[in-house]
Design a protein around this ligand. Structure first.
Ligand SMILES: Cc1cc2nc3c(=O)[nH]c(=O)nc-3n(C[C@H](O)[C@H](O)[C@H](O)COP(=O)(O)OP(=O)(O)OC[C@H]3O[C@@H](n4cnc5c(N)ncnc54)[C@H](O)[C@@H]3O)c2cc1C
Length: 359
């Protein structure tokens, strides 16, 4: 492999994998470390937007997973148990705006593609510190209680929402936390209505329950309250619970993705509500955009990365507010809009264009 910039990627999630894949595909050497001992099986995203789908196609991933992915074609929306709309999802550029596919399996496919370029994730290695020396950065990595020091041109922090790199450098993560406790659960069930890919159940008290089917026989529920598992089991009588976990959601970002010799991408640089399904897509877009620029010897992508993150955060916050609205003044026009959008799909087109990530 050609040596260009000497790079270290911290984090083997979607953003780190996307960066490493893009860089390695261009024939450049890259090292990627991950603190976990092996690949995570924790389930998060189910939606892969068209933008990320096309980027993954460049690495031959889309054609491998398409047989098991569900194109987004129908979406059902209830308010206080009353059907508001059954939307026939309009195609964006002639294709589904998103596909449903489990994030853990997507990352597995990305890791396999990376291995085909001769790069393996180095598991069990943890970033613990960095000294920026202006033209280089000295990074410390711990593995089996031993510390390794590495000199790099660029350190790529793709280490998630609780980024150790961001904390170590005391980079502010500005924004706010949503007040609710959230929960996510998955069940095994054969009772999913096959022609629909996503269902949304809203309540007048602001609680929203989002259901999707990431793979055959599996249903995921996300609730902006505790109790996603109970809700799933009440909705699907044949349910077998696979897991439930609680989490908090924030709307935060770094003011700039670049700090000297360090770039922050994915959740390390910005976090938002899962409503709107944009986290993994933005993570992949960040990774690919930065890798292409650094491979070209360019560093002028700071503004591009920042602006894209700002737009996505605005969109997901708007989506979240619509979902959790308690006031009739918001709920009534919201439901009216989706009722019309069900009859005239052209009215839903702008929303699904945003979901598609092609903007
Ligand atoms: C319930 C839920 C549902 C979601 N649904 C969607 C959806 O439908 N669509 C969508 O697009 N997004 C969704 N998201 C968001 C999406 O999952 C995240 O935005 C995405 O995982 C971000 O990827 P990342 O690579 O930036 O970070 P992560 O996936 O968090 O990966 C960071 C990696 O860095 C590693 N790491 C951390 N610290 C260190 C260290 N010191 N040294 C070495 N390694 C380290 C971690 O172990 C981890 O593997 C959802 C999120 C949740 C919680």
């Amino acid at each position: 492999m050609q040596e260009r910039a000497n790079l270290l990627v911290v984090g083997g999630g979607a953003s780190g994998l996307a960066f490493a894949l893009c860089y390695a595909r261009l024939g450049l050497s890259v090292r990627i470390i991950e603190k976990r001992p092996s690949r995570s099986l924790v389930q998060k995203a189910t939606g892969v937007a068209q933008g990320a789908w096309h980027q993954l196609a460049e690495f031959g991933i889309t054609e491998k997973i398409i047989g098991d992915a569900f194109p987004m074609t129908q979406f059902v929306f209830h308010d206080n148990a009353k059907l508001v709309a059954q939307i026939k999802v309009p195609p964006v550029n002639g294709e589904p705006p998103a596909h449903l596919y489990p994030q853990a399996k997507l990352e597995e496919a990305m890791e396999e593609a990376l291995a085909s370029y001769g790069v393996s994730i180095e598991y069990g290695r943890q970033f613990v510190g960095v000294v920026d020396e202006g033209d280089k950065a000295k990074v410390s990595i711990v593995h089996n209680d031993e510390t390794e020091c590495m000199e790099v041109d660029w350190l790529i922090a793709a280490d998630g929402s609780r980024s150790d790199v961001r904390s170590f450098l005391r980079i502010p993560f500005v924004g706010r936390d949503y007040p609710e406790d959230w929960s996510v659960a998955e069940i095994r069930s054969e009772q999913w209505p096959t022609e629909i890919q996503a269902q949304l159940f809203l309540q007048s008290d602001g609680v929203g329950f989002f259901l999707s089917r990431p793979s055959h026989g599996v249903v995921q529920g996300i609730l902006n309250a505790k109790g996603a598992a109970d809700k799933l089991c009440n909705t699907f009588p044949d349910a077998t619970l696979l897991y439930e976990r609680q989490f908090k959601v924030s709307l935060r970002r770094v003011l700039s993705p670049r700090h000297g010799r360090v770039w922050l991408i994915g959740d390390a640089a910005h976090v938002q509500s899962p409503v709107g399904g944009q986290g993994v897509n933005l993570a992949i877009w960040d990774g690919v955009t930065l890798a292409r620029a650094l491979a070209d010897g360019r560093t002028d992508v700071e503004r591009t990365l920042r602006r894209r993150a700002q737009s996505v955060l605005r969109f997901t916050d708007f989506d979240y507010r619509m979902l959790s609205a308690k006031s009739r003044m918001i709920r009534y026009p919201r439901n009216l809009y989706w009722g019309f959008a069900a009859r005239y799909p052209i009215l839903a087109a702008w929303f699904f264009k945003l979901i598609s990530g092609k903007w």
